[in-house]
Design a protein around this ligand. Structure first.
Ligand code: NAD
Length: 494
């Protein structure tokens, strides 16, 4: 079933997956529904791949790595990724409609999810072409006399990429393009709620590039076992994963018997420390906006707002005003900046966590329910909770909804202690008038990244990764490229 409406509406993606160079359905013909979260209607179908399909895909990727010269032919890889960049450009509006259809992301904020990843393909192609794969490490004295050492950076092998639903096209690209450019072969397993951002990627590779059979595969499935099979397969050398911390733990365990290299980007519960000398009228409207634009479905969202007691009421009033006037509604309408949650299950999870906050003593300042004017679609009101207990469930668990929890503090040391009171360590934010003081606070936050005064830490040229239970390893930057390479040291005569 397809339900292509008009040029700006719901668009069904390709039902098929890509295995060993062929776009195909699973052998039984089984499919599953893809729901448009703004209308709650079935937008179309995706093939429901099985563990057997995954095993074929891994076999194809293994053969392509071991038996073709993909891993050694840098010029050909550059050619293929340049083709892919151009193909994505041609398909840009199609990919945007697929994204809005399956995620419900407002059209106004799709730039970072469509234009940015397409640009990243070009970036990695250039970066990979210019990378020094054989580096001279100098001459070293050894008991056997001087030895020259060279470091050969070579691909890891077969990479399994498992992605979540919140920013699906972006993450499909971010997890696979540097891996491919570095000479690996790839099996991508997109999330159940967003199969088309993966299947369309597969279709474009098959129809519009020279990427050889088996080098890039996409296995679409509605079953977690299929991702689990990828992460346990002994023929897979590395797993790159973005998703929840719970699944990250399962993937680490599944890879343990074969000591699989594992790159994990997991959940977060980031804190925004607003210092007493901060410009509240700059920092806090932006904090409220960031909580709403992706319906709060962002891993790096600073969802805990730490306000100094001396300016507590003032800060709450600013965020309340912003949230009460935030444009929520139909994602196809360019005036809206917050769409629905991705599913009814996610909406119920968000509403449940809001209620748990209220039950544990938090004060509901605004929101807390379903917008009255939006009875259809999985919408949640922008929600502000104040006086939140930093140890309560709502302050400790990732909500993934348009919800901010405000926690008061007295003095910088207490703010840092509250911010660090989390199993997560993905991102953080500091707002303050004195930059030296703000930087000292940022340095003491136990997180992988920090934004000061709204200046984003996130970008293709800078390493991004979580600490504590938010992840292992990096995306982006030189560190991010090297994740997909092994550093082999070769000792040889001078
Ligand atoms: P999820 O962990 O439920 O699922 C992610 C993927 O893992 C899906 O493709 C799923 O099919 C697959 N999967 C599920 N069980 C598996 C298993 N046992 N073995 C292997 N694969 C399995 O996450 P989600 O709900 O899709 O995404 C939301 C989560 O992603 C949030 O926690 C969010 O913070 C996180 N996230 C993190 C980042 C980051 O960069 N750190 C970015 C985006 C999202």
């Amino acid at each position: 079933m397809t339900s292509v409406q008009d040029e700006t509406g719901v668009l069904a993606g390709d039902e098929r997956m890509l295995i060993d160079g062929e776009l195909q359905h699973t052998s039984s013909g089984a499919t599953f529904d893809v729901i448009h979260p703004a209308s709650e209607e079935v937008a179309g179908q995706a093939t429901d791949g099985t563990v057997a399909d995954m095993e074929r895909a891994v076999g194809a990727a293994r053969r392509a790595f071991d038996q073709t010269d993909w891993s050694r032919d840098l010029d050909f890889r550059y050619h293929c990724l340049t083709q892919l960049h151009e193909a994505f450009e041609r398909n840009k509006e199609h990919l945007r409609r697929v994204l809005i259809t399956e995620v419900g992301c407002p059209v106004k904020v799709t730039g970072s999810q469509i234009e940015s990843p397409i640009e990243e393909v070009k970036h990695w192609a250039e970066h990979g072409r210019n990378f020094e794969y054989l580096a001279d490490n100098g001459v070293h004295e050894t008991p056997m006399g001087p030895a020259r050492r060279k470091i050969h950076y070579e691909p890891v092998g077969v990479v399994g990429a498992i992605t979540p639903w919140n920013v699906p096209f972006y993450l499909n690209v971010a997890e696979t393009i540097p891996a491919l450019m570095a000479g690996n072969t790839v099996v991508l397993k997109p999330a159940q709620l967003t199969p088309w951002s993966g299947s369309e990627y597969g279709r474009i590779v098959a129809e519009e590039t020279d990427i050889p059979a088996g080098v890039f595969n996409v296995v679409v499935s509605n079953a977690n076992e299929v991702g689990a099979a990828l992460s346990a397969d002994p023929r897979v050398d590395m797993i790159t994963f973005t998703g929840s911390t719970a699944t990250g733990r399962a993937i680490l365990a599944a890879g343990a018997p074969t000591v699989k290299k594992t790159l994990l980007e997991l959940g977060g519960k980031s804190a925004h420390i607003v210092l007493d000398d901060a410009d509240f009228n700059m920092a806090l409207p932006m904090a409220a906006l960031m909580a709403c634009v992706m319906s709060g479905q962002s891993c790096i969202l600073p969802s805990r707002i730490l306000l100094p007691r001396s300016r507590y009421d003032e800060g709450i009033e600013i965020m309340k005003n912003m949230m009460e006037n935030f444009p929520v509604g139909d994602p196809w309408d360019p005036n809206n900046m917050q769409g629905p949650q991705i599913s009814e299950g996610q909406r119920q999870k968000v509403l449940g966590l809001i209620q748990s906050g209220i039950d544990s003593g938090a004060r509901l300042v605004t929101g807390g329910g379903i917008p009255e004017h939006l009875p259809t679609g999985y919408y949640v009101q922008p929600t502000l909770l104040a006086d939140v207990d930093p140890d309560s469930q709502v302050a400790q668990e990732e909500i993934f909804g348009p919800v901010l929890s405000v926690i008061p503090y007295e003095g910088d040391a207490e703010a840092i202690a509250i911010a660090n009171n989390s199993i997560y360590g993905l991102s953080g934010e500091v707002s303050g008038g004195d930059l030296d003081r703000a930087l000292e606070v940022a340095k003491r936050m136990r997180t992988g990244n920090v934004t000061i005064n709204g200046k984003s830490h996130f970008g293709i040229n800078s390493p991004f990764g979580g600490t504590k239970q938010s992840g292992l390893g990096y995306r982006n930057g030189e560190e991010g490229y090297k994740e997909y390479l092994e550093a082999k040291t070769i000792g040889m005569p001078e």
